[in-house]
Design a protein around this ligand. Structure first.
Ligand SMILES: [Zn+2]
Length: 86
């Protein structure tokens, strides 16, 4: 399997890794309307997974948001950043 993709997008070898990255990307995003990746897809070219900001939101991400867990993770990440700055 190729480790790079002509699309230039970052690739993930497994679906689970892509989902982790998708959630992490959303945790790191500033609060506001959806601007980050919302879903993952398997690439026709490289066979790996990429993140996408288009299409339907991934159910796992949607669940985290509806349960308020994403907001908690965001706050935790904020604190982590502040602590690192010291
Ligand atoms: Zn690809």
């Amino acid at each position: 399997m190729k480790q790079t993709c002509p699309s230039g997008k970052r690739l993930y070898l497994h679906e689970a890794l892509a989902i982790d990255a998708l959630i992490e990307a959303n945790v790191q995003l500033p609060v506001g309307p959806n601007r980050g990746p919302v879903a993952i897809y398997q690439c026709d070219i490289c066979g790996c997974y990429h993140l996408t900001s288009q299409g339907q939101m991934h159910p796992q991400l949607a669940l985290l948001i509806s349960e308020g867990k994403l907001a908690k993770m965001k706050r935790a990440a904020e604190w982590e950043k502040r602590l690192k700055k010291r």
